[in-house]
Design a protein around this ligand. Structure first.
Ligand code: TYD
Length: 210
C-alpha cells in the first residue's frame, strides 16, 4: 500500500509542532509506521539551507533567492525522504510544505502564487499531500498569545505584522482554492480541542484509504 502524506500549515505560532507530535504518538499507538519531518529542512542538505534562510543576519536576502532556497530544500526532501517513505507505505507527517511557500513567498513577499507554484512544480514532481491541515489563527492572536515571538525570532518570524497578515490572507486564499486537499481547523482553541478536530480529519482520510 502506498503511504499517506499529511502536511500541517498555518501562521507562525499556530501550534503546528505540538499537533504533529500528538498525531505521531496517536498513530504509532495504533500501529502505523510514521515519519515526522519538517520544512525547511528534513535532510542534512535541507537543514543547512534552513540555517541560511532563518539566519537574521541575512536581511539583504532577495525574495527570489529566498523562494529558490525553500524550493531547493523541498526538492532534496521530496527525493531523499518523502517519496521513498511513501513508497514503503509509511505515514509521513510534515510540519510545513508547499503551501507555506505560496503563503510566505507568494503573498508575504509578493512574488505571486503562479511564480511560486511554477518554480515548485519541479521540486514536487508527482508528490502532493493527501491532506493538508491548516491551523487557522489570526497572526494578531498568535502574537498576543505569545506564541509568535518577535524578539529572538528567526528572520521570517521577526517580519512586521503586515507581512504576517499578507501570509495569513494567502493561507485563506489557498484554502478556498484547494478545498478538497486543505482542511481548516480553528487553532485559537485549546490544544486538546484542536487535536480532536485534527484526529477527525485524519481518521476520515485513513478510512477512505483502507
Ligand atoms: P518553521 O520551522 O515552522 O518555524 P518555527 O519552528 O520557528 O515555527 O518555519 C520556519 C519559517 O520559514 C517560518 O517563519 C515559515 C517560513 N517558511 C517560508 O517562508 N516558506 C516555506 O516554504 C516554508 C516551508 C517555511
Amino acid at each position: 500500500m502506498a503511504g499517506i502524506f499529511i502536511t500541517f500549515e498555518g501562521p507562525d505560532g499556530a501550534g503546528k509542532t505540538t499537533q504533529v507530535m500528538l498525531l505521531e504518538r496517536h498513530l504509532r499507538q495504533k500501529g502505523y509506521d510514521v515519519l515526522v519531518t519538517r520544512e525547511p529542512g528534513g535532510t542534512p542538505v535541507g537543514e543547512e539551507i534552513r540555517k541560511l534562510l532563518l539566519n537574521r543576519s541575512h536581511q539583504d536576502m532577495d525574495a527570489l533567492t529566498e523562494m529558490y532556497l525553500y524550493a531547493a530544500s523541498r526538492a532534496q526532501h521530496v527525493r531523499q525522504v518523502i517519496k521513498p517513505a511513501l513508497d514503503k507505505g509509511i505515514v509521513v507527517l510534515c510540519d510545513r510544505f508547499i503551501d507555506s511557500s505560496i503563503a510566505y513567498q507568494g503573498f508575504g513577499r509578493g512574488l505571486g502564487m503562479d511564480v511560486v507554484e511554477a518554480v515548485n512544480r519541479y521540486a514536487l514532481g508527482d508528490i502532493l499531500p493527501d491532506l493538508t491541515i491548516f491551523l487557522n489563527i489570526r497572526p494578531e492572536e498568535a502574537l498576543a498569545r505569545g506564541r509568535m515571538r518577535l524578539k529572538e525570532a528567526d528572520r521570517l518570524e521577526s517580519e512586521k505584522l503586515e507581512f504576517h497578515q499578507r501570509v495569513y490572507q494567502g493561507f485563506l486564499i489557498l484554502q478556498e482554492r484547494y478545498t478538497q486537499r486543505i482542511k481548516v481547523v480553528d487553532a485559537s482553541r485549546s490544544v486538546e480541542e484542536v487535536f480532536k478536530q485534527v484526529l477527525e480529519l485524519v481518521e476520515y482520510l485513513l478510512s477512505c484509504k483502507k
